[in-house]
Design a protein around this ligand. Structure first.
Ligand code: 5GP
Length: 367
């Protein structure tokens, strides 16, 4: 047994220190970042925010994200037909997700070749590929990443999840352009509770981005951001991109119907004449169902129930319905612009250089 005694930090353990700034307007802040990828040698400019390949990984989400020059990792339970009915402008902002199964990889190849035939893609490398499994620490996984890289030399490839620098390096050397970082921080995740395994996400970001940048590659920080401020901290900790699920849940564009129920408020109703107590006022509350991709709910919805040797490491919960996702995006982008003016950064790219983190014991804000 080894005990590492150095404290690892989460978003709530730090604040960004305000600094003297010459920036005059938030409008001039550059949200786009330009990337040149290590293996696929692609250059692109995007606002580096990806909607997670959960029920937030939908084509409806991609329509809105495309307008904002952001990306959506489409969840892997869409049928090939879903892909074929999409507009070319939307497809440019979609990332295809597979796990480590040969069948999923075969379907990916079929979908790509049909999209090429339909002239929606020039080449399969026009679409990003995300190889996503819960535990990226096995040799089998890095071998799989290597194989996919050999067969797809020009495709922008994201692989994960891991949360420590040596494994980030291993996956990059196996062929990943970006490594997805995060074990256990997700809003619908119970890994830390079920297994005791995890790594505080801010420290994971600082350590893993350093490892990736040393090899001219990058990281996608995945999970655990619950406010625009957390996202500002993630970019300040040198995340190249962020992947977010929970913050985009409860929106129109998240998969799943809007449900409603009657709930009691704490407003007391009284008879206007007699002043007699009539009860509490009721209101209609709208909500959507939000679930982790390894939850029993997801397994039952998308597969044939849980395999008996596998414990569910995801939860299902009801989240308030909050309307169009564009409102959430505006809130996030507004927060990032404002953070830039506080720390003296002209764009997302400068966040890492400009940021000084303060370790704090308590944040006094409630969101
Ligand atoms: P969020 O932004 O909601 O905090 O985190 C999103 C991330 O949570 C996803 O991109 C994915 O990496 C992770 N995730 C999604 N479903 C599950 C699950 O069922 N279990 C675990 N451990 N993580 C999940």
């Amino acid at each position: 047994m080894i005990l590492e005694n150095e404290v690892r930090l989460d978003f709530s353990d730090v604040l960004l220190k305000p600094k003297r700034s010459t920036l005059t307007s938030r409008k001039d802040f550059k949200l786009e970042r330009t990337f040149k990828t290590k293996w696929s040698s692609k250059t692109f400019e995007i606002v580096p925010i990806i909607s997670a390949n959960m029920s937030t990984g939908t084509f409806q989400m991609a329509q809105v994200f495309a307008k904002n020059n952001m990306m959506v990792a489409i969840h892997k339970f869409h049928s090939p037909q879903h892909w074929y009915s999409q507009d070319i402008k939307i497809l440019r902002h979609c990332c295809y997700t597979i796990g480590m199964s040969t069948q999923e990889y075969e379907t990916y190849k079929t979908v790509m070749s049909n999209l090429i035939q339909q002239k929606k893609l020039k080449d399969k490398s026009d679409m990003w590929l995300c190889i996503d499994i819960a535990n990226g620490y096995t040799k089998r996984f890095s071998d799989f990443v290597k194989l996919i890289r050999e067969q797809n030399p020009n495709t922008v490839m994201i692989a994960g999840n891991v949360c420590t620098s040596e494994m980030v390096q291993e996956l990059i050397l196996a062929g990943a352009d970006f490594v997805k970082v995060g074990i256990g921080p997700g809003s619908a995740c119970t890994t830390r509770l079920k297994t005791g395994v995890g790594y505080p996400q801010l420290s994971a970001c600082i350590e893993c981005s350093d490892a990736a940048h040393g090899l001219d590659a990058g990281i996608v920080l995945d999970g655990g951001m619950t406010t625009p401020g957390d996202i500002a901290k993630a970019f300040s900790a040198n995340a190249d991109m962020v992947m977010i699920g929970g913050m985009f849940s409860g929106t129109d564009e998240q998969d799943g119907e809007i449900k409603q129920r009657i709930v009691q408020t704490n407003i007391v109703l009284k008879d206007p004449k007699t002043n007699a107590y009539l009860g509490l006022e009721e209101k209609v509350e709208k909500y959507k169902v939000w679930y982790g991709m390894s939850s029993e709910h997801a397994q039952a919805k998308h597969m044939t129930g849980m395999k008996s040797y596998r414990t569910s490491e995801g939860r299902m919960e009801e989240v308030p319905y909050i309307g169009p996702v564009q409102n959430v995006i505006d809130d996030i982008l507004g927060g990032l612009r404002s953070a830039g003016t506080y720390i003296g950064a002209r764009g997302l790219k400068q966040f890492g250089k400009c940021a000084t983190f303060l370790r704090v014991t308590k944040q006094h804000n409630r969101f």
